[in-house]
Ligand binder design. Structure first.
Ligand code: NDP
Length: 322
């Protein structure tokens, strides 16, 4: 703030008022620190690339894509690109929408037995006629690169359990963002909106492990606004465009927005733009730090997938050497 314009002739009272007005103006126009997931993920990929270069064997990642959903195809393309960049060996399995559950299970079995593959990712959602839980259960635990297996989730939740072999990528990405931003979690009040197996539930467990006091909100939660308003850390994983408004956010809170939603936008060539579950334009004036959408949690999810692949490969090498 520049106070040098204050004239010597003005009274101390006037000077104090001017100072106060300037401070207020700074406060109201202040913008949260934007947590740049793209840059953070790039740093992590570079760290992992250096780690991979020291390994005797390249880690291998298998990505299974079923059907022709454009969003799934985009995610898979981004994951494969990140894997290629760090020189991970990758296996692609692309199956038609009409694939039977049996055929898909057979493909997973083949990957389970493939010694070049350390991690298997089946891109969700799967077509309606396929039982996702059965397919996920068929992935060998030591190749469960998404960390979704009951054993990995169970160990994540147990106090004093074994260390999970892999942590779910999006939740791990959220925690890494907090860590790299230097956000204190111990003793803080955290609110997680959403309780899905892949995001909300593991995020709430991880925050608890970091000594935050965690409240989980979901579709049946009453008066969610007032719960969110008390939170020092808000993680939104709902799938409802801009549901969390700026006036729900406690001043100075840290906001991690996991949501990826399409919002109609006639100014864009494709007719829409991507927005999070939090109204970024409002929340950025209240929060102390916030993740953007796109460019926030998304790239971190992919970086964590690569990290999990490297960890599974290292664990296997260690097991084989024992
Ligand atoms: P799910 O649909 O599986 O879960 C949504 C959760 O939000 C549920 O727990 C649901 O409650 C809750 N919910 C729904 N509506 C409301 C509401 N009105 N008020 C409060 N809670 C509500 O979604 P996911 O967890 O898979 O994904 C959440 C979002 O995150 C999506 O936008 C998705 O695209 C995005 N995502 C982003 C990723 C990334 O890498 N950035 C990765 C994965 C997901 P209930 O349990 O009661 O039904």
């Amino acid at each position: 703030m520049d106070t040098t314009t204050t004239t010597l002739s003005s009274s101390p009272l006037k000077r104090a008022r001017k100072l106060r007005d300037e401070e207020e103006a700074t406060k109201t126009s202040s913008v949260a620190r934007i947590i740049d997931g793209r840059r953070m993920a790039k740093d992590i990929r570079a760290e992992l690339k250096a780690e991979i270069e020291t390994m005797a064997r390249k880690p291998g990642l298998a990505v299974v894509l079923v059907g022709n959903r454009t969003d799934s195809a985009t995610y898979v393309r981004m994951k494969k690109k990140a894997a290629a960049e760090v020189e991970i060996f990758s296996v692609d399995v692309t199956l038609p929408d009409s694939v039977t559950q049996e055929e898909l299970l057979k493909a997973v079995k083949k990957l389970n037995e493939d010694p070049r593959v350390d991690g298997i990712l089946v891109q969700l959602p799967l077509p309606k006629h396929i039982d996702e839980a059965t397919v996920l259960k068929s992935i060998r635990v030591d190749k469960d690169v998404d960390g979704f297996s009951a054993l990995n989730i169970g160990n994540l939740c147990l106090r004093g359990g074994d260390e999970p072999q892999a942590l779910p990528c999006t939740p791990a990405g959220c925690m890494e963002m907090l860590r790299r931003t230097g956000v204190q979690t111990r003793g803080k009040r955290a609110v997680v909106i959403g309780r899905s197996n892949i995001v909300g539930m593991p995020v709430s467990q991880m925050l608890q492990q970091l000594d935050a006091t965690v409240t989980v909100c979901h579709s049946k939660t009453l008066d969610m606004e007032s719960i969110v308003r008390n939170a020092d850390i808000v993680v939104a994983a709902v799938g409802r465009a801009e549901m969390v408004r700026g006036n729900w956010i406690k001043p100075g809170a840290v906001v991690i927005d996991v949501g990826i939603n399409r919002k109609d936008d006639a100014t864009r060539k494709r007719g829409y733009r991507l927005v999070g579950d939090v109204c970024f334009e409002e929340a950025k004036h209240v929060a102390s730090a916030i993740t953007p959408v796109p460019g926030g949690v998304g790239p971190m999810t992919i970086a964590m997938l690569i990290r999990n692949t490297v960890r599974l490969a290292k664990a296997r090498t260690k097991r084989e050497a024992a």
